[in-house]
Design a protein around this ligand. Structure first.
Ligand code: SF4
Length: 87
């Protein structure tokens, strides 16, 4: 599938200007909650929740949003705040 066809078929631009899937749940979520394109999943899916990248600091609004539904993001954020208090 051409990239432009993939974008037109499956993606939209959200309020932050990022490409996101145009339907929820993700159209690639298969039975038993398995990703049907796991080996070719998008970069954001591979990288989520960005806890080993500077994204977690540089995109604070995204990190805060992710911490509302992703436990590891919440705990990493909590740890960073605790470490900062010790400085
Ligand atoms: S890993 Fe990404 S592409 Fe796969 S089901 Fe989840 S959100 Fe969709």
């Amino acid at each position: 599938m051409r990239e432009s066809d993939f974008i037109e078929t499956y993606l939209k631009v959200d309020e932050d200007g990022d490409f996101v899937v145009n339907s929820l749940p993700c159209p690639f979520l298969g039975s038993e909650n398995h990703c049907t394109i796991y080996d070719q999943r998008p970069s954001d899916c591979r990288r989520f929740p960005y806890t080993d990248e500077d994204v977690i600091i540089k995109r604070r609004q995204l990190t805060l949003k992710n911490s509302t539904f992703c436990p590891i993001t919440y705990y990493v954020l909590e740890g960073l705040l605790a470490a900062e208090k010790k400085l």
